[in-house]
Design a protein around this ligand. Structure first.
Ligand SMILES: [Zn+2]
Length: 493
């Protein structure tokens, strides 16, 4: 339930007097916040998660339906982000298969919830795989901050140790790491992603998972028979091969070493002389080199450059090492997703790109997640995205250090001040003074009861606790809603 149960019907309250609740950050700056919200609720077609009486997930509904249910008192608000309601009079219900799709990235992971539809083409009798987008999210990780904090802690400890123990023999490289160990910054990526998979499983009846696992599917390139019709038709195979060759030949022309120019796929032994289409016979060349070489055998074309010839022949035979094409964190995530018990499918980045370009979809992390896997048609992708930013829940360390590792000040033992904790999402209605007006955002508390609020427009400092009302408790994440991509943005992308 919502932290302050006194407002059982936040959405209606929002539309009536505290409209800040469901607003995307950044849109509350235009004077009165009371007016635009009702419009936003109608315009933003963001799915609302629905739970039954016993908190079992039902099919997500539209915002309009959620609003009607709340107005009639048939539902209560469970969470604001992601917006979830609970039906008071319903136990169980029909659900349709929902697939959670993930595109793991180093800084941001795209998350998409799609309803899969398999329609039978009446003319050909073929099965068409169509996806209806239900919900979009983007999870921003904080791997870089974790790395920096660990580095600074290491430096402080090293200083404290070496200061008094200059003569002790160094002890290092004396630890072993368990198998499957990931650096803390990478493990955090894994943990936050899995935590969101688990959260969404509690909010929606998810029946399967799909993850982008590798950048290109080497197995599918070598054995075209094993995979679907797209590979046999060659278009997707072409995508995979091209991505693979760019990586393998370091995005340079194999013959002259030119970089940053358009590169063409080039047969090392020309097809006219019996050269195959296999990846080991392909390289990349700039247009002038490709033209000059024409249909000459490579030995003839490079007879004056034996070193180049030798290098190309050696490089062509060496397959790209798996480690270069595959990311350890993604495999670890794949293994952990399988442990959820749901069926997990995987696909390649080249497939994602192929789908995105074929269906004319702009590139965002969330929409990349939508395009993961085999897909023939897509509906309703142009929706708002919930931006989820991993923050932290605070530190155990109560001593603030200066840059040399010496104590600079001490934090209070208490985390909650006047019922508010750093990281809570609050609405502050300030009646008068310098900061008069409404402010929504993440709060940072002080012992004095004078808080700072991180709004979309920046930090508002010195807001009294008396004006603050918690709308969602700190859960380790910050939230914002990215509105629908406009037609213009779509054209640019
Ligand atoms: Zn060249």
């Amino acid at each position: 339930m919502l932290a302050q149960g006194k407002t059982p019907n936040v959405l209606i309250a929002a539309a009536r007097r505290e409209p800040v609740v469901h607003m995307p950050e950044g849109s509350e700056s235009q004077g009165s916040v009371t007016r635009p919200v009702r419009a936003l609720i109608l315009e933003n077609r963001m799915a609302v998660f629905v739970l039954d009486k016993k908190k079992h997930p039902l099919m997500p509904c539209s915002e309009k339906r959620a609003r009607l249910l709340l107005e009639r008192g048939r539902a209560v608000v469970v969470r604001l982000h992601p917006f979830t309601i609970r039906l008071k009079d319903r136990l169980g219900g029909e659900t349709q298969p929902l697939r959670l799709q993930l595109d793991p990235g180093s800084r941001t992971t795209g998350i998409a919830l799609v309803r899969e539809d398999e329609t039978l083409d009446p003319d050909t009798g073929e099965v068409r795989r169509e996806a209806h987008v239900v919900w979009l999210g983007e999870l921003t990780h904080r791997g870089a901050q974790i790395r920096d904090r660990l580095a600074s802690r290491r430096a402080s400890r090293r200083r404290r140790r070496t200061q008094n123990l200059r003569h002790r023999a160094p002890r290092f490289l004396n630890r072993t790491k368990p198998q499957g160990w990931l650096a803390p910054s990478l493990r955090h990526r894994l943990d936050t992603t899995l935590s969101w998979v688990a959260r969404l499983q509690r909010l929606a009846p998810i029946t399967s998972l799909h993850q982008e696992l590798v950048r290109f599917d080497t197995q599918a390139m070598q054995n075209p028979e094993i995979s679907g019709i797209d590979y046999q038709q060659g278009e997707l195979a072409g995508y995979e091969v091209r991505e693979y060759l760019l990586e393998k030949w370091h995005r340079t022309c194999a013959y002259c070493g030119a970089q940053g120019v358009p590169l063409q796929i080039e047969h090392i032994q020309p097809k006219s002389r019996g050269g195959s289409n296999r990846v080991s016979n392909l390289t990349l060349a700039c247009a002038p080199c490709n033209e000059r070489k024409g249909s000459q055998p490579i030995e003839h074309f490079l007879k004056d450059k034996p070193t180049v010839l030798h290098r190309i022949q050696a490089q062509a035979k060496t397959p790209l090492r798996d480690a270069a094409a595959v990311n350890a964190t993604r495999w670890a995530l794949f293994e952990r997703l399988k442990a959820t018990g749901l069926p997990v499918a995987s696909s390649s980045g080249a497939q994602t790109k192929y789908n995105r370009q074929r269906l004319g979809i702009p590139k965002t992390h969330a929409l990349d997640a939508v395009c993961v896997g085999p897909l023939e048609a897509l509906h309703g992708w142009n929706r708002p995205t919930l931006a989820i930013k991993a923050t932290w829940r605070g530190s155990y360390q109560r001593t603030r250090l200066d840059r040399f590792g010496f104590p600079r000040g001490y934090l209070t033992r208490r985390k909650r001040i006047h019922g508010v904790q750093t990281g809570d999402r609050v609405v502050a209605e300030v009646p008068s003074g310098k900061h008069a007006g409404n402010h929504v955002g993440r709060v940072a508390v002080r012992k004095t009861g004078s808080f700072n609020i991180q709004t979309a427009r920046g930090v508002v400092q010195g807001i009294s606790h008396r004006h603050c009302r918690v709308v969602q408790r700190a859960d380790g994440y910050g939230y914002a809603i990215h509105p629908t991509l406009t037609e213009e943005a779509r054209r640019v992308a």
